[in-house]
Design a protein around this ligand. Structure first.
Ligand SMILES: Cc1cc2nc3c(=O)[nH]c(=O)nc-3n(C[C@H](O)[C@H](O)[C@H](O)COP(=O)(O)OP(=O)(O)OC[C@H]3O[C@@H](n4cnc5c(N)ncnc54)[C@H](O)[C@@H]3O)c2cc1C
Length: 396
């Protein structure tokens, strides 16, 4: 039985573990965190990713938790509402097919569906890898040493496996010139299944209320240069930059800054894509954000992670060798990843217009939208891949 070690239990890791286990591989997953990271903002599963999720067996359970966001209200710099839109007109996607679910719930469902068949090890990570040609020798932070046939890095934007095998992340991260802080905020007023967004040139404050739980997600995003834009700053440095950018703003910003002060779950980072010429070397491959993070202005990170996991599992299950499988995986997914990467610059420009002129033009688009498909570029990229069938993965 082929043994596979996966680093990371986010979205791509548990999805790949699920699918490989169904195809008869023996899978171990190591996750740096103490347990599953079950909280988090809702993420979109769109286009072929819906079918990829179906093949894991958890689509129905995930669909029950579909957030079904009703509207996004845009506010002036002073906090006055001036436009209300259907979220699909901003991000693309298909009503009735695509779903939006809390990220942690998706992780939880994927983990629970194969938890007994997969060896999940928490508070553990890889510290060294040696590809010996016929296998990979792995040393873990716990001191344990083990040998696996294959290793997959599904350990996110700042992937440690990518660093160990391919080198420093600065060679692969493409900054979009933004940084952000995300955190929990008590839901204001009667917000349910809706978002509010307040722009000034070069910054956006957002509150996203997915349900009636009383807790929402707050995001403060601002333009960034130098280390702040290139993932070389600490959480504290990014939070300080965000605070400075929003100081003195009105509307929803004071509540967001107060929540940022109190929050114990602040997640701050620069906004980057991952672009690589290859996603594998020898017996080690990358999947999800580690290989091809498209960045959050595309809203496609989770879909790419699910599709990537499905194709990687399918190719490994059906090809004669891992070398052929890794090559075919890239061949199948590359154009889809490239097209979705291509959404980021326009997405970021729409989300965070940098000048007063650009903001006025964006706001005119919101108040007087053009006729026809409001998100043609997004819908083309979202649906640009036809999922291969991989009969061996269909056996549930
Ligand atoms: C603010 C924000 C908003 C977003 N909004 C959306 C959205 O609306 N729609 C959407 O589709 N996507 C969105 N995304 C992107 C989405 O969350 C990611 O693209 C998706 O989670 C990628 O999954 P992944 O499994 O590749 O990586 P991750 O989900 O990042 O998982 C990586 C895992 O690896 C673990 N790990 C890290 N280092 C190690 C180590 N050394 N050893 C072991 N484990 C390790 C981490 O703890 C984590 O559990 C957003 C992202 C952010 C930051």
């Amino acid at each position: 039985m082929t043994t596979v070690l996966i680093s990371g239990a986010g979205i791509a890791g548990p999805a790949l573990a699920n699918l490989l286990t169904r195809a008869g591989f023996r899978v171990t997953v190591v996750e740096r965190a103490k347990g599953l990271r079950t909280g988090g903002y809702p993420v979109d599963v769109r286009g072929p990713a819906v079918e990829a999720l179906r093949r894991t067996g958890v689509l129905d359970a995930a669909a029950e938790a579909h957030v079904d966001l009703r509207r996004i209200t845009f506010l002036t710099d002073g906090g006055e509402p001036f436009a209300e839109i259907d979220p699909l007109t901003m991000t693309g996607g298909s009503e009735g097919r695509d779903i939006e679910v809390p990220r942690g719930l998706l992780t939880d469902l994927l983990h629970a569906s194969t938890g007994n068949d997969v060896d999940y090890r928490f508070s553990e990570s890889i510290t060294a890898l040696t590809d010996r040609g016929d296998d990979v020798h792995v040393t873990f932070a716990s001191g344990r040493e083990e040998v696996f046939d294959l290793v997959v890095g599904a350990d996110g934007l700042h992937s440690p496996v990518r660093r160990l095998v391919f080198g420093d992340e600065s060679d692969f991260l493409r900054p979009l010139g933004l940084c952000f802080a995300g955190f929990t905020i008590p839901t204001p007023d009667s917000m349910v299944r809706e978002a509010r967004m307040q722009n000034a040139p070069g910054r956006i404050a957002a509150i996203y209320a997915p349900d009636g739980s009383g807790l929402s997600h707050g995001f403060l995003t601002t333009t960034a240069e130098g280390p702040l834009a290139t993932a070389r700053s600490s959480t504290e440095q990014i939070v300080a930059a965000v605070r400075a950018a929003f100081a003195g703003s009105a509307g929803i910003v004071p509540d967001l800054l107060a929540a940022l002060d109190r929050a114990d779950d602040v997640y701050a980072d620069s906004v980057c894509q991952v672009r690589m010429d290859t996603w594998s070397r020898g017996r080690v491959a990358l999947v999800g954000d580690a290989a091809f993070a498209p960045s959050f202005p595309t809203g496609q990170g989770t879909s790419l992670a699910l599709v990537g996991a499905y194709v990687l599992a399918g190719e490994l299950a059906t090809r004669a060798t891992h070398t052929e499988a890794f090559a075919a995986y890239r061949e199948v997914v590359r154009d889809y990843a490239d097209l979705n990467h291509g959404l980021a610059d326009n997405g970021a420009a729409r989300l965070v217009p940098r000048t007063g002129e650009a903001l006025a033009a964006r706001n005119t688009m919101l108040t007087s939208p053009p006729e026809g498909d409001p998100a043609p570029e997004q819908n083309h990229a979202i649906n640009s891949l036809e999922l291969p069938d991989y009969a061996r993965l269909a056996r549930l």
